[in-house]
Write a new protein. Structure first.
Length: 180
């Protein structure tokens, strides 16, 4: 007669334990913490660089759009910069009738972060006017740029200025420098 055992079958043991010890978890968390602390300054620096680049490139693209719209609509267009409450703004305006400037339809005012120092050196006050030919009216080679500067990047020894320069032909240039 055969005997039937009431024992449970044994599980095969794994080559790996089924969990981690508290000590192993603490070591992994400590390593991750050290890495986070070590990389935080460079991540913050990268965010500041990207933010400054984005603000400058937005101005550059607005100038290019205004030139294109002037040529396309065969009407004078301008990008006007102005300050309100300590914040710099800019927008595209169109001259539908002589001397009357209005906000371009479907365009919004854009602001520049108060974290940047803004220097606007333009030929006619605080605006750049594009003719229907795409050229800039009243061009002056000594008054042809908008500059954004970051004090945070200057302290870190990084290139802290972005210069958007335009020319009589309506072309626009983007420069990155240390502001020295």
């Amino acid at each position: 007669m055969k005997r039937i055992s009431a024992r449970r079958p044994r599980r095969a043991r794994s080559a790996f334990p089924s969990g981690f010890t508290l000590f192993e978890i603490i070591i992994v968390v400590a390593i991750i913490g050290i890495m986070a602390v070590a990389t935080y300054p460079s991540i913050r620096n990268m965010v500041e660089i990207r933010s400054l680049d984005t603000a400058a490139r937005d101005i550059l693209s607005t100038l290019q759009v205004a030139k294109w719209q002037a040529v396309n609509a065969k009407l004078n267009h301008r990008v006007r910069f102005f300050q309100s409450g300590g914040v710099w703004f800019y927008r595209i305006e169109v001259e539908a009738t002589a001397g009357t400037w209005t906000l371009k339809p479907r365009q919004e005012e854009k602001s520049i972060s108060t974290g940047y120092t803004v220097a606007v050196t333009l030929p006619t006050g605080l605006s750049i006017t594009f003719l229907p030919t795409g050229f800039v009216t009243g061009f002056d080679s000594t008054k042809n740029q908008v500059t954004l500067s970051s004090a945070k990047l200057a302290l870190l020894g990084q290139p802290n200025r972005r210069v958007i320069r335009f020319f009589a032909s309506g072309s626009v240039q983007y420069l990155k420098d240390s502001g020295t």
